[in-house]
Design a binder for this molecule. Structure first.
Ligand code: UDP
Ligand code: MG
Length: 390
């Protein structure tokens, strides 16, 4: 079932409803964090500062979403961030859904004193989406609206939202009511347990088969090539620690690969089964073309993560293979010619050898150029410091 909740925070990978699936870059040590998550309706809730409350351990059971459940962070996060939670919602022509979406979000979040913002990013809508948002904002000051000048695409919309998100934890979700806001507390809980990014998994999916089948294939290939064991890379519903959204650059159509980019930066990744619903209003904004673009983007992602710091390893290797093969083939033909067999002009393979040599040299040169660009790049050392104790 899509809405199952784990019994314990640290469920095992092999457990039937696989909800957590932590990924770490090789060699990195597990991150331990102490974060508190308290239920607001517990008898002695107060502000969480009474000694009694500080002593009590965080609740072991994660998940059941209660109305208006309170999100309480560690005091460090509370000091560092103005808000506990930012919900970033990219939207393009979703006028019919917005009122309902806002009501559902408020239902989940506004019951207690949560410090949150609803950051709607209008990605150049041409319908009444912006007007509807403005009307909603008159009633709810927690709504923030970013309106892009034209339709730049979901990645750009997310990127704008990420830049302006002030919450310690950032949730992304689609505006079309396909993602269920009541999952937010459980996602937040998962982050509190020590992950940097939790990706939703639409295990039971309400989309047409033309979308679900290619999507499975896409997820399988992406998972194999990137080594990240997620089932659903493209789920709109995800939760991040603020540091993640501030350090990952999402452009073009790379929103599908945020977990890959985040893992590359050294953040830990988990997965959680989330409810999914059929689209109620409007139509999907992505056609079948998305899969081709998606795979081209995968190449970009692989290149910009794995090989960005060492382009020669990619181009140089294949260049060297081609060069050596070309030299080998041609040397053999030249020897045969010396021994008096057919003239070189009668051996088409000779041209093939020459082609291999030229392509090999070209690829090695491209690799070297790439290395020069990498070295000349300023302002990016290629690493990030997590903590700096002095
Ligand atoms: N979206 C957007 N800009 C675009 C296309 C889509 O902000 O250029 C938003 C869209 O309004 C929705 C989310 O991205 O909130 C996911 O889009 P959609 O539901 O069409 O994708 P699907 O569910 O079909 O994968
Ligand atoms: Mg959708």
């Amino acid at each position: 079932m899509a809405d199952e909740r784990p019994d314990t925070p640290n469920e095992k990978k092999e457990g039937p409803p696989q909800r957590s699936n932590e990924q770490r870059p090789p060699g990195s040590r597990p991150r331990r964090r102490r974060r508190r998550y308290q239920r607001p309706h517990d008898s002695s809730s107060g502000q969480g500062s009474s000694p009694q409350q500080q002593k009590s351990p965080p609740p072991k059971v994660s998940g059941e979403t209660q109305r208006g459940e309170q999100i309480r962070l560690s005091s460090r996060d509370r000091q560092k961030y103005q808000l506990d939670l930012s919900v970033v919602i990219p939207l393009f022509n979703e006028e019919e859904s917005l009122r309902e979406l806002h009501a559902q979000l408020s239902d989940t979040l506004s019951g207690s004193n949560n410090r949150y913002e609803l950051l709607f990013v209008d990605d150049g809508s041409t319908d009444g989406s912006f007007q509807n948002l403005r009307d909603l904002k008159r009633r709810d000051q927690r709504i923030k609206i970013i309106r892009l000048r034209r339709n730049y695409g979901k990645s750009a919309a997310l990127s704008a939202g990420f830049e302006h998100a002030r919450g310690a934890i950032v949730i992304t979700m689609d505006a079309d009511l396909q993602d269920d806001p009541s999952e937010i507390p459980a996602l937040v809980q998962k982050i509190q347990e020590g992950h940097d990014l939790i990706s939703g998994w639409k295990k039971v999916r309400y989309d047409p088969i033309t979308k679900t089948i290619p999507s499975r294939f896409f997820n399988f290939v992406t998972s194999r090539l990137t080594g990240i064991k997620l089932h659903d890379f493209n789920c709109g519903l995800k939760a991040y620690r603020n540091e993640v959204v501030k350090s990952v650059r999402v452009y073009g159509e790379l929103h599908r690969y945020v977990p890959v980019l985040a893992k590359w930066e050294g953040f830990t990744i988990g997965e959680m089964v989330v409810k999914h619903r059929a689209r109620k209003y409007g139509t999907t904004k992505f056609g079948v073309g998305r899969f081709w673009k998606g795979f081209l983007d995968l190449l970009t992602v692989l290149f910009t993560t794995r090989y960005i710091g060492r382009p020669l390893h990619l181009f140089g290797f294949w260049g060297l293979v081609a060069l050596l093969a070309g030299i080998g083939v041609d040397a053999w033909l030249v020897v045969e010619w010396f021994l008096g067999e057919t003239a070189l002009g009668n051996r088409p393979l000779f041209l093939g050898g020459i082609l291999l040599i030229i392509v090999g040299i070209q690829m090695i040169s491209i690799g070297l150029l790439g290395e020069m660009i990498t070295k000349a790049r300023h302002g990016d050392d290629g690493y990030q410091i997590r903590d700096h104790l002095k």
